[in-house]
Design a protein around this ligand. Sequence first.
Ligand SMILES: Cc1cc2nc3c(=O)[nH]c(=O)nc-3n(C[C@H](O)[C@H](O)[C@H](O)COP(=O)(O)OP(=O)(O)OC[C@H]3O[C@@H](n4cnc5c(N)ncnc54)[C@H](O)[C@@H]3O)c2cc1C
Length: 527
Amino acid sequence: MVYDALVVGNGIAGSCTALFLARQGKSVCLVTKASSLDETNTARAQGGIVFRGEGDTTDLLLGDILRASAFSSCRKSARILARLGPMLVRRFLIEELRVPFERKKDGAWDLFQEGAHSLRRILHVKDYTGKAIQERLNEAVLKERNITLLSGTFVVELITSLHLADFAFRYNPPECFGAYVLRGNEVIPIFAHATVLATGGLNAIFRHSSGGPWCTGDGFALAWRAQATLVNMEYIQFHPTLLYSPGEPYAFLISEAVRGEGAVLLDREGKPFLERFHPLGNLAPRDVVARAIFQTMKEEGIPHVFLDLSPLGAEKIHTAFPEIFEELRRRGFDATRDPIPVVPGAHFACGGVLSDSWGRTTVRRLYAVGEVACTGVHGTNRLASTSLLEGLVFAFRAARSIASSEPPLVPPPLLPFPEQVGEPPEECLLAEFRRTVQETMWEYVGLEREKAGLFRALDRLLEVKRSVLSLRQRYGISAPLKELENMVDTALLVTRAALQNPLSFGTPLTRSGRAPFSPGGSQDGQS
Ligand SMILES: Cc1cc2nc3c(=O)[nH]c(=O)nc-3n(C[C@H](O)[C@H](O)[C@H](O)COP(=O)(O)OP(=O)(O)OC[C@H]3O[C@@H](n4cnc5c(N)ncnc54)[C@H](O)[C@@H]3O)c2cc1C
């Protein structure tokens, strides 16, 4: 069978694409490597999703997106997001899926304020917005007859002309015919008129990171191996406030919305320090805040700074941030009283697989939506709470494009898949290589970078890549080994992009990098 669309990933981007297509009568195969539909970063989003505030306009939101990116965003994509986004939130998330966003007593929306937004415009469901959205998406997907859902199904490789028996295809521009997936002990091809990568981000390639362990950058590596163009890979956004938890690979994130509501960052002496770095202080754009924390940690020789939530008052903490309060309590902190130790960590890939405003990549029949894509909305730095919105908006546009313009595919004969499936290598071996990738990226390709360090990272990563290739020969392929390979390939893409970029711009600070020419403003003039 050939599906109208094969969608990889069931977060907001993948689920919405699948639902929009299915509702137009298209057959969709939706695959996710997770066994549970809740294992997505969408389900982890806390702060919320951009909507319309009082007196808000498309131009006001567009202006905030552009300023947060220091005018490095793609204006066309950012305008589409600002124009379509709030309308789709209303029609699809509120009216159709009935996501229970908070309202005030008088029935008006209870909107959050976040850093670098001109006004309150963030819709939320307490502090577990993503979980609420994911639940409603899952219900809708499970009810939809046009969607064939394959969970626990790992996409190993996209099917490209290199996999076809007919050599004539090799001389055409790159094209995608579907994907090879791992089911049990077999690699099987799934053909589709269009394939959509909605595989999320890459946080897990760094030592300190938000998000789940599944965030291994698979989509970037798959697209790269399929000859797609990737851009802005060096622009990783670091979230300023992850709970400092030494020894744990994935840290608990404390939403920036708490600072929007009055929480304050403090140095070792318990003094606020952000005003020194930006006139907006605790509401400065997140890249400024992350770097300010990093610099303060270095100046004071401390492994973390503190976040004081007490100015919110106990009632606000309990009603607006119950999950954060509970999680901190489980870890021995009383958020109404205790300053919480926090560090910055990798949080979001601003770059990715180059895709146009319809989600089309540079490979025929291949689309990318959500965090894996680079539509250019975020430029070098993302405005808070715009990524769920980006997933929704470009899912809508990609579904439209697929439904109206993708020509039918006749499944071409394939060469035999070149590798055997095998048992994964011992977990301790894989863990050691994962740690090497994460430590290397944190040390040399993290918040502060310099050329010598980037070259050192390249050497180390290439060594790991060599080891992975020999493990593949010895053990055959398996999901854990392929995930490790994807981590290394993605880490290499980020490192090479950082090396090729002479500018110091966006979240990471590149020592000896030049400030960019910026037609609309400078990095310092972000807000
Ligand atoms: C802690 C946290 C808080 C956040 N808070 C906010 C917020 O408040 N507002 C906001 O706008 N954004 C927030 N973000 C960012 C936002 O959650 C993500 O950018 C967004 O959810 C990404 O959605 P997605 O659909 O692209 O990917 P995801 O939701 O991450 O889904 C990716 C899917 O791809 C699947 N997949 C990956 N690789 C493979 C493979 N090889 N084979 C098969 N399946 C695969 C995964 O199993 C998963 O189903 C937050 C992120 C984190 C981590």
